[in-house]
Design a protein around this ligand. Structure first.
Ligand SMILES: Cc1cc2nc3c(=O)[nH]c(=O)nc-3n(C[C@H](O)[C@H](O)[C@H](O)COP(=O)(O)OP(=O)(O)OC[C@H]3O[C@@H](n4cnc5c(N)ncnc54)[C@H](O)[C@@H]3O)c2cc1C
Length: 334
């Protein structure tokens, strides 16, 4: 069996190293980790009570960009790994991953440009093409992940590798002991609750509206001001237009006034989308945490690895996260 778009690195786990692993979560973190572990020779089951296309991950826009992710050496490593893996996947037909040009608008005197170290194409944007109030900008070609194509593709890859799927809620970790040699908690915003003792995960509400694509290809993101988060991400048939970034809000209802304001800001940024018919709308709660929790958790009924709290960059950091979980598992969850 082969999984497309994965560069070979290291040997597949020998049968004696192979473990029964339960991954809790079928969002982008759980699925990516399941594929990575199955490819490493483990016997993987994904347990989730929300199907992939109903998760927060399905709402994601989704551009490779470290939005609402902490700047740390670990995240830097996850960014680099994921950039490389997505760049490789952009060569794979039907993966839903493309390398796409666009603009990051900057609105501060000293913008954080650390992410550009992995992006060979990154260059200063022409100031005449930037919106009013922008201090500067970057033009770059970045991985652009068309979620309605990518998540089903990823799930199909998992199935090809023999990953089993169970639809149920895990109430407590003890119920996994005896059925698995290790568990990975990729439960997004509910990761802290499942592990207990971690109240640091908070929702950051994101609302998006999808409009018909009038023929756009380039993306643009203008997110430095949390009160006026705006992005326009053209996919094949539609354009994902955002957004909001509201800390601590659990509200999953689409707000019509918010949608109107999003469309007005977006039309000011990209006049071509003014009046494009609305074809869909969604709200998702980004699983934000002061720092991503990506570590073994001691003292449980079975070895546990936590992998949650990716904020606004779960897709962006997914392959790096999966690689780290694979390495931790090879080290017996240490
Ligand atoms: C509007 C918006 C735009 C975004 N844009 C981007 C972007 O451009 N780029 C980017 O990188 N990121 C983006 N994000 C962020 C990204 O969507 C998230 O970081 C990511 O989806 C988190 O994935 P996850 O797998 O951790 O969680 P989720 O997708 O929420 O999945 C959690 C899974 O855990 C399961 N689960 C939880 N608890 C239990 C339990 N007890 N028992 C069984 N199952 C359980 C659920 O059923 C679900 O399957 C965006 C988010 C939003 C809302």
């Amino acid at each position: 069996m082969s999984v497309q778009g994965h560069t070979e690195r290291g040997d597949v786990a020998s049968p004696s190293d192979s473990k029964r692993v339960t991954v809790v979560g079928a969002g982008v973190i759980g699925l990516t980790t399941a594929v990575e572990l199955a490819r490493d020779g483990h016997d993987v089951t994904v347990v989730a009570d929300v199907d992939t296309m109903q998760t927060v991950s399905s709402v994601s826009a989704a551009l490779w960009f470290p939005y609402r992710a902490e700047r740390s050496p670990v995240v830097r490593d996850l960014l680099r790994t994921s950039f490389e893996r997505f760049a490789a996947l952009s060569e794979v037909a039907d993966s839903g991953v493309e390398m796409r040009a666009g603009t990051v608008v900057e609105r501060s005197a000293a913008p954080d440009r650390s992410w550009t170290e992995f992006v060979p194409s990154a260059a200063e944007a022409d100031p005449f093409l930037l919106p009013a109030g922008a201090t500067s900008g970057i033009r770059a070609t970045l991985p652009f992940i068309v979620i309605p194509a990518y998540l089903p593709w990823l799930r199909a890859q998992a199935s090809v590798l023999g990953v089993a799927f169970e639809h149920r809620t895990v109430q407590h970790l003890g119920e996994l002991a005896g059925h698995a040699d290790a568990a990975v908690i990729a439960a997004g915003i509910r990761g802290g609750e499942l592990l207990g003792g971690d109240a640091d995960v908070v929702p950051v509400r994101g609302q998006v509206v999808r409009v018909a694509n009038p023929g756009l290809t380039d993306w643009i993101t203008d997110t430095d001001d949390p009160e006026r988060v705006t992005y326009v991400f053209p996919r094949r048939d539609d354009v994902v237009v955002g957004g909001t970034s509201i800390d601590g809000s659990w509200d999953l209802e689409v707000d019509v006034d918010t949608e109107r304001a999003i469309l007005e800001r977006a039309a000011a940024l990209v006049p071509a989308i003014a009046g494009s018919p609305v074809v869909g709308r969604a709200v998702g709660l980004r699983p934000a945490r002061p720092s991503i929790r990506l570590e073994p958790v001691a003292g449980r009924e079975l070895p546990v690895i936590a992998a949650y709290g990716h904020g606004g960059a779960g897709v962006t950091l997914s392959w790096g996260t999966a690689e780290r979980v694979r390495a931790m598992l090879r080290n017996d969850g240490r």
